[in-house]
Ligand binder design. Sequence first.
Ligand code: BMA
Length: 322
Amino acid sequence: MSARAKIPWEERPQGSADVIWRYSKNPIIQRYEIPSSNSIFNSAVVPFGKGYAGVFRCDNKAVQMNIHAGFSQDGLHWEIDHQPIEMQPGNTGMIESDYKYDPRVTWLEDRYWVTWCNGYHGPTIGIAYTFNFKEFFQCENAFLPFNRNGVLFPERIGGKYAMLSRPSDNGHTPFGDIYISFSPDMKYWGEHRCVMKVTPFEQSAWQCTKIGAGSVPIRTDEGWLIFYHGVINTCNGFRYSMGAAILDLNDPSRVLYRTQPYLLAPATSYELAGDVPNVLFPTAALTHDDKLAIYYGAADTVVGLAFGYLQEILDYTRSNSL
Ligand code: BMA
């Protein structure tokens, strides 16, 4: 990978004691950023060249869900391709794909891997790789339908590729726990283990209905730091918030700590109002030294950015753990 770019950053607002705080110029990507789009949200960014590249969920004005590549110098201002990504065959023949949404991007060894929710007789996890964000090579789907929120670890664990996911149903799934699966070759996946389940309502209700992995796990001395979304079903529908967990470095099916309070929940106008109100959906994180920039989808409509210090987040997760 090329020299690290400086990540987007803004200091914690005066008087705030929050562990995570929002960028004051949110949202950084508006819904009509490209001519075809109805909404752009739940998207993934990584360092690339002297700046950044990303894969963006763009729903068009027919509300067809697809993923588009994009580039940025500073991680804040994005040039998003007007056309969706065209896949070429990777480690298999072309697989049909009725829709694509909620991409994640992981740098692993020598290339960028994209995982997303792939429409194949219902949602499952699609996988592709790219070296340059211009050509993309689609591989076997990781799992049978139905599954969502496939997130790859950025390195092999015990010699194998590792992926978090959330088995689901064909609709707006009223349940969901986080599992881990392993693969020797990015084609055949197995050794499925449960990592984290929803919480009892009376303990931590914001994550009592379903949970799903968010950004790519970050290796720290204390374990893998993950950000995830947690959902409560209210009388007015689902509400999505963000929490953090620390997983064992050698056996990431072991949860060491997990936040009882959320780290960030829908509270601003662009999180409370949109095509799906009350959704804060983390999908990517950039790190530089102790600083962290977290990208999240807001109200299934726009992209927001939030910041925090890595050590503070680890300390908070440990001392506010379930
Ligand atoms: C999930 C996915 C996400 C979306 C969320 C809230 O099932 O469809 O893309 O952000 O619902 O609508």
